[in-house]
Design a protein around this ligand. Structure first.
Ligand code: ATP
Length: 283
């Protein structure tokens, strides 16, 4: 028997007064995958996620999460899902790690708090009251709180917004490890690179409707206009000149106009991570 979809949104319509935020949205999330929901500001992503999390009741259509109704079956569902909200709600005066320990105690079989503290470098903000944490620290704490209960499914709304590049990489690694361990991850993001790197499946929504679905490869396949060549070592000036010459002669031969050729040894992110003390992943 095929496994139940981790999330099934069917004909969902959500309105705020006159404003239709979600307009007949249907989408499915396969278990044990990372699915990215993309869309411009106001597309209805957060509203959809909040409905899946049981914070809002579908006005029209239905939502099933792990086969359950997020409102009616909330008590059964809550221990099985992790939620990282945008602008994480937290008690402003509570210290970061106390809060994480508190959330851990609410779960039957929590992850060791110290492990999360170490992975997400939360020790640097352990005694700081929540309201004094930087935006990126609040995000990391929010992620830790979403994961501490060992959920089967996590909803992460713009998980890396406001994170520095090192924290963003750690978050990507953590999300990939979760998928490897069989957890389903549903994320929204405005960083297309994030979706491209992480997601098995991408849903693009606009004005509350699904406009495209597919793997990143399926969505980006087509005729190529940008060709990127990655070589395994730094090229000296002679090798660069020879490569330029070969490319020019190829383009003359095939009648293809060249708009630019550029050479770069590292990305700005590589330089940043090197200078701020964390090695790039060697990718
Ligand atoms: N509580 C609310 N009351 C009234 N309108 C709302 C409310 N929440 C969201 N909206 C409106 O519904 C639409 C969808 O909002 P939503 O937050 O779901 O979009 P989003 O795709 O998550 O956007 P973003 O990328 O900016 O986070 C927007 O036009 C927004 O202004």
């Amino acid at each position: 028997m095929p496994e139940v979809p981790a999330v099934l949104v069917d004909g969902l319509v959500m309105r705020y007064g006159e404003k239709t935020a979600v307009d007949g949205l249907t989408l499915e999330v396969a278990p044990h995958t990372i699915t990215a929901v993309l869309g411009p500001n106001g597309a209805g992503k957060t509203t959809t996620l909040e409905t899946c999390e049981g914070y809002r009741r579908p006005q029209t259509g239905s939502v099933r999460v792990l086969g359950l109704d997020p409102v009616r079956d909330r008590a059964d569902l809550l221990p099985r899902i992790g939620v990282m909200l945008q602008g994480q709600g937290a008690w402003s005066g509570v210290r970061a790690i106390e809060m994480l320990r508190h959330v851990a105690r609410l779960h039957a079989n929590p992850l060791p708090v110290d492990l999360l503290v170490e992975r997400l470098a939360l020790d640097e903000c352990g005694r700081t009251p929540y309201r004094r944490l930087s935006g990126g620290q609040q995000q990391r704490l929010g992620l830790a709180m979403a994961l501490v209960g060992r959920p089967e499914l996590v909803f992460v709304d713009e998980p890396t917004a406001g994170m520095d590049p090192a924290a963003r990489r750690t978050t990507w690694e953590l999300l990939q490890e979760l998928r490897h361990d069989g957890v389903t991850v549903v994320l929204t993001t405005h960083y297309l690179e994030e979706a491209e790197r992480l997601a098995d499946q991408v849903h693009i929504i606009d004005r509350g409707r699904l406009v495209a679905s597919g793997t990143p490869e399926e969505l980006t396949r087509g005729s190529s206009a940008t060709v990127r060549l990655v070589v395994d070592r730094a090229l000296g000036p002679d090798a660069e000149a020879a490569l330029r010459e070969s490319v020019r002669s190829w383009s003359d031969h095939h009648g293809v106009g060249l708009e630019s050729i550029s050479f770069a040894s590292r990305t700005l992110e590589d330089v940043f991570l090197e200078l701020t003390g964390r090695e790039a992943d060697g990718e």
